[in-house]
Ligand binder design. Structure first.
Ligand SMILES: [Zn+2]
Length: 336
């Protein structure tokens, strides 16, 4: 039995949702000014991409100003705040470490939570790694929408960028510029006949994330798979949870988007940048980034505290975008 996952065209097995917590859907509303949590607990099961372990993930409602917290039920309920201060163990995925608690591969779940405006939630895991599901954020969107969204009577604060912040490491670059919205421009370049250059600019809203970004799957090159396995990584990887690019074509039956690869990089960036702890208002421009660059940049943003301000209320409400028509090349002219 399968059922269709919204507009993404993805099918997930019936029974993916815990029958004890699978309650009627309550679509999130677009309130911009109040904090949110989920309405009721919900669970799913899957495997860790890198560990290959089976894992159960549960989301639980949490009070205002408590943020996103990971709880390891296999460690007696020890918890870890999802913040850039706890980033550790970047190895083809983003991990958090604090004292004896560790969680890995958090980025797709984080992207889904922040994009649906879930400011406060407890993420319970019985293993160190968030399940990879189908390699995208779409199953987590489905999970959150099934749980429903609850608005809390406390104002949300946004991190609004006032002047550019940038970080360059070799040929990898990332910067953020003032804008009236959260926007992302991403470009990737590979030395591979099937994947040379892809670039995409978009304003990220709940709807554009759900429709255009969440279904984009993680990808890897076939020649990297053996190397990853030798390092003890990608042990749970398969064509069910990653796009694999061979010498002559994609090994999977089809791509979900022609530019699925750059869309997935935007997904990863949104999840990693969520570790600043506030929804961001600014235009991020990234070239050839990865989790190490994204998370180092999130730390840089917090360090440069005179380059942004925290604003509340309807700061995220629509206004004319300041950098709408700029390409990566245009924006690079602005990099300080
Ligand atoms: Zn990813």
């Amino acid at each position: 039995m399968e059922r269709k996952l919204f507009r993404s065209g993805i099918r997930v097995a019936q029974g993916f949702i815990d029958p004890f917590t699978d309650l009627p859907r309550d679509r999130p509303r677009s309130l911009m000014n109040a904090q949110r949590t989920i309405r009721r607990p919900i669970s799913c099961a899957g495997i860790g991409l890198h560990s290959g372990n089976k894992v159960t993930l549960s989301l639980r409602p949490a009070p205002a100003d408590s943020g996103i917290r990971f709880r390891r039920t296999d460690l007696g309920g020890l918890e870890l705040q999802a913040t850039v201060k706890h980033v550790g163990g970047i190895n083809y995925a983003t991990g958090l470490t604090h004292e004896t608690v560790k969680v890995d591969t958090i980025e797709h779940l984080m992207a889904a939570l922040v994009s649906l405006g879930i400011d406060n939630v407890i993420v319970e895991l019985n293993s160190p790694e968030v399940p990879i599901m189908d390699g995208s954020a779409a199953p987590f969107i489905y999970l959150i929408q099934e749980a429903g969204v609850k608005t809390l009577p406390v104002e949300r604060t946004f991190l609004k960028v006032l002047r550019p912040i940038s970080l360059t490491r070799g040929d990898k670059r990332i910067a953020i510029y003032p804008s009236d919205h959260f926007k992302v421009t991403y470009s990737i370049s590979f030395d591979h006949p099937l994947l040379r250059h892809q670039e995409r600019t978009m304003r990220v809203t709940e709807q554009t994330f759900v429709d255009e970004i969440a279904p984009a799957r993680t990808f890897t090159f076939l020649k990297e798979v053996e190397m990853l396995r030798q390092q003890g990584l990608a042990l749970g990887g398969s064509l069910e949870n990653a796009v694999v690019i061979g010498d002559t074509g994609v090994l999977n039956s089809a791509l979900r988007f022609e530019d699925e690869f750059v869309r997935h990089k935007i997904l990863d960036l949104i999840g990693d940048l969520a570790l600043v702890g506030h929804p961001v208002i600014g235009h991020v421009v990234a070239h050839r980034g990865g989790h190490a660059l994204h998370t180092a940049f999130a730390a840089r943003v917090l360090e440069e505290s005179d380059a942004w301000t925290l604003v509340g209320g309807n700061a995220g409400a629509p206004a004319e975008p300041a950098t709408a028509a700029l390409s990566v090349a245009d924006v690079e002219q602005l990099v300080p």
